[in-house]
Design a protein around this ligand. Structure first.
Ligand SMILES: Nc1ncnc2c1ncn2[C@@H]1O[C@H](COP(=O)(O)O)[C@@H](O)[C@H]1OP(=O)(O)O
Ligand SMILES: [Mg+2]
Ligand SMILES: [Mg+2]
Ligand SMILES: [Mg+2]
Length: 307
């Protein structure tokens, strides 16, 4: 069965299994207590968990799909002796494959990997903000996304720890229940650890009923997916393609939209620059997205235009 499934479904099904394994690594590093923090730049930490999770994800995907382009956040030599994760998530493997991806071979996919999104929050103990992001692109567009949240339910002894969400535009989503945001309220989610005067200016102009400040691009999009926020607004460079590829795929699969703050989608071709220089704007409902694009002031747009 597995070997006759389209490459895309095998890739998605393996990405789910590998993301779960990366979650185990992230919890293991934290429970051992020595995070091995390295400062890559201003307000840009990397830990042993970021490094080991990326080695695991890229090492495994490389073994299974050696001809595929895989781009990970961390700049590391790839070790060859990573623990093999050969499981395929059965539910995902048995999904219907989007028609246009049925015969696509591995060379034509590009995978964007953020082994640990929300590193600052991980080091500060805000563990539910942490996610593992694996986004799959084809012809510049996100066609599949996996978000694993290793500490889901960590405050609740009785429930299972961790969960994995996925989305395939045109097919659907799994691992969570999509919910709409509250009617008649404008709840905006934004950065907790990378605030700037321009980010603040954009937020004030939008006159939100509430501003939620949380860590990680993955976690912010999850708040949209489950109806806790209307839009994610980040009028600043800083986020990269690996932060947005998987979340965009899932959001699109449930009818939402993720673009730059001008309303233009990002391209996820392997030749693209990594930074999302024109900021991030996302909403679970495309009508809300349109409202936000129209209401972000031109002055802010001029300051975040990527040049
Ligand atoms: N200035 C920045 N430098 C490095 N990474 C950034 C920066 N701004 C945002 N990011 C990445 O985008 C994610 C979302 O940003 P924020 O939490 O500020 O909204 C961060 O968790 C971080 O990903 P990562 O944790 O994977 O390094
Ligand atoms: Mg980082
Ligand atoms: Mg990130
Ligand atoms: Mg990261």
């Amino acid at each position: 069965m597995a070997s006759t499934s389209p490459v895309f479904l095998r890739l998605m099904a393996n990405a789910v299994a590998v993301a779960n394994h990366a979650g185990n690594i992230i919890r293991e590093v934290m429970s051992k207590g020595d995070l091995g923090i390295v400062e890559k730049g201003v307000n840009d930490p990397q830990t042993e968990a970021d490094r080991r999770a990326q080695q695991c994800i890229i090492g495994n995907l490389n073994k299974k799909f050696p001809l595929m382009s895989i781009i990970g956040e961390e700049d590391l030599a790839q070790e060859t002796d990573v623990e093999l994760v050969s499981d395929l998530d059965k539910e995902v493997l048995n999904l219907q494959c989007p028609e246009e991806l049925r015969n696509v071979t591995e060379e034509d996919f590009v995978v964007w990997v953020d082994p640990l999104d929300g590193t600052a929050e991980y080091t500060e103990g805000m563990l539910d903000h942490v996610t593992v992001l694996i986004g799959i692109a084809h012809k510049n567009r996100p066609v599949g996304g996996v978000i694993h949240q290793p500490y889901y339910n960590y405050k609740n002894d009785k429930a299972g720890l961790g969960r994995t969400m996925w989305g395939i535009p045109g097919i659907g989503v799994g691992g969570f229940k999509p919910l709409p945001p509250p009617e008649g309220k404008r709840l905006v989610v934004t950065t907790r650890s990378h605030m700037t005067p321009v980010v603040q200016q954009a937020l004030e102009a939008l006159k939100p009923d509430e501003i939620l400040r949380v860590g990680g691009a993955g976690y912010k999009v999850m708040l949209l997916m489950e109806g806790h926020a209307t839009a994610y607004v980040f009028a600043s460079p800083g986020c990269k393609k690996w932060d947005t590829c998987a979340p965009e795929a899932i959001l699109t699969a449930m009818g939402g939209r993720l673009t730059d703050i001008h309303g233009t989608p990002y391209s996820y071709a392997s030749t693209e620059m990594h930074p999302n220089k024109r900021g991030v704007l996302a909403a679970a409902k495309s009508d809300d997205h349109k409202w936000f694009v129209e209401n972000i002031p031109d002055e802010v747009k001029q300051l975040v235009k990527g040049s």
